[in-house]
Write a protein that binds this ligand. Structure first.
Ligand SMILES: Nc1nc2c(c(=O)[nH]1)N[C@H]1C(S)=C(S)[C@@H](COP(=O)(O)O)O[C@H]1N2
Ligand SMILES: [Mo]
Length: 435
């Protein structure tokens, strides 16, 4: 316990690792490319049967190699999930294989990435007895059942991207500690639920309220590990977009994505999208909890970056997502046919201004052409795009895409380094060869 406390003062990622190590000495299976590690995953799986959240045996299933150090990810199926790229078992951290973003605007629920911080996650939640508490700096506290939420408040639905702040962290150079995600710690879904604002209006937020704190049913394993709670400023949540969602793509949320209720904060990084949400507290002072003051923070410098290797003197909490885009139908190193038009496909999104245009380059950014945008599913959704070019035999192409939103914000050419490995939104390059 003592050493855990000390580590928390150092760095949240270090803390996370120690937490992982404590909950299971076999927690980390991504370090080896051996059959043994796969078997180990299976062994841990049977151990977890006790806990109820149990990956399927995987010894014969393939794996994905992300193109960076320690990028080996066995594909493992957890309950309600198809095989996904396993980063850690306790707590579950699963990445969506990137090809699943191709040709679909919404990420299937069973393919949606999973990220928890604490290993003590309820293995079942009874929707009949589940209650959401709303309390704190309000006129009247509320205790709401799922039926109350569904029947007493207006139901709304919107499409929004849920992206981990550390999505693409594995590509940081120099490398940073923390979960080494590829680009698949994100997903786009149709979220259905009720407006947080309507709930808060029912409770009656008192003058002087500063923040709203959100807590879910998950708990730390070790005493002394702070419970995962996140807070947002009152003015950032009193809008029509912030939802308490009970459905995702028309189905109840998978357990691992927060059944029976999660906060949806369109445009904001997923760290605020608290899962298994059962407690909302209105605060009249800023939340001083660990997950607000020590984790998920960026350098205070306007670029939100710092010289690689440095530590910022001042930090601010992470917030909204900068504009990003990806190619979805080609992997690095792919071979493509030459002599006829080839269609490159991808996705783009931003914090909710909406995508204005996507530019596409075949020569590493020297020349650009405008891509064609797909159907608009709303300002917070993925937007599909496509562009075509005629590859020449024997040529190597450095394919790039660059998205610009409706207020003129665009991606960067170089990644902005920060010690947490957050906020990556650089232009990515996919090198392919024409045959
Ligand atoms: N209760 C709870 N909610 C949580 C977290 C958590 O650890 N506990 N992690 C947050 C973070 S950092 C991310 S990236 C998203 C992941 O959402 P997903 O697992 O549905 O993809 O959940 C957020 N909500
Ligand atoms: Mo995250």
């Amino acid at each position: 316990m003592q050493d855990l406390r000390k580590s928390m003062a150092l760095h949240d990622h270090d803390r996370e690792r120690i937490e992982n190590a404590r909950s299971s000495s076999l927690a980390n299976v991504h370090s080896g490319i051996t059959r043994r590690s796969l078997l180990r995953a299976a062994v841990i799986g049977s151990g977890l049967a006790l806990a109820g959240i149990r990956p399927a045996h995987t010894a014969d299933q393939p794996a994905v190699h992300l193109p960076f150090e320690r990028g080996y990810r066995p594909l493992v199926a957890f309950p309600q999930k198809r095989p996904l790229m396993l980063m850690t078992i306790r707590p579950p951290q699963l990445e969506t294989p990137f090809h699943l973003f191709n040709d679909r605007i919404f990420t299937p629920n069973d393919a949606f990435f999973v990220r928890w911080h604490l290993a003590n996650i309820p293995t079942t939640v009874d929707p009949a007895t589940f209650r959401l508490r709303v309390h704190g700096h309000v006129e009247r506290s509320l205790t709401l059942s799922l039926a109350d939420l569904r029947t007493q408040f207006e139901e709304v639905e919107l499409a929004a991207v849920c992206q981990c702040a550390g999505n693409s962290r594995g590509f940081f150079e120099p490398r940073v500690p923390g979960g080494q995600w590829g680009h698949g710690a994100m997903g786009n879904a149709r979220w259905t639920g009720v407006r947080l604002r309507d709930i808060l209006d029912r409770a009656g937020v008192k003058p002087g309220a500063v923040q709203v704190r959100f807590d879910g049913l998950d708990r730390p394993v070790a005493e002394g590990t702070p419970d995962f709670r996140k807070s947002l400023n009152v003015e950032d949540v009193m809008n029509e977009h912030v939802l308490l969602a009970y459905a995702m793509n028309g189905e109840p949320l998978p357990l691992l994505n927060g059944f029976p209720l999660r906060l949806v904060v369109p445009g904001w990084y997923a760290t605020y999208w608290v899962k298994m949400l059962n407690d909302i507290e209105v605060l009249n002072t800023a939340d001083e909890g660990f997950w607000m003051t020590h984790a998920y923070r960026l350098p205070a410098d306007p670029c939100r970056c710092i010289e690689p290797g440095q530590r910022p003197a001042r930090t601010v909490p992470i917030g909204r997502m900068p504009v990003r885009s990806f190619i979805t139908n080609l992997d690095r190193g792919a071979r493509i046919p030459s002599g006829k038009p080839f269609v490159v496909k991808g996705i783009a999104f931003d914090q909710g201004y909406g995508i204005d245009r996507v530019l596409f380059s075949t020569d590493g950014g020297t020349h650009w052409q405008r891509a064609t945008l797909g159907h608009d599913y709303g300002d917070f959704s993925f937007r599909q795009w496509k562009a075509r070019f005629v590859p020449k035999t024997g040529h190597t192409y450095a394919l790039q895409c660059l998205a610009i939103n409706r207020i003129g914000e665009s991606q960067r050419f170089s990644a902005r380094w920060n010690p947490g490995g957050y906020l990556r939104h650089a232009v990515e390059t996919v090198q392919v060869e024409a045959m």
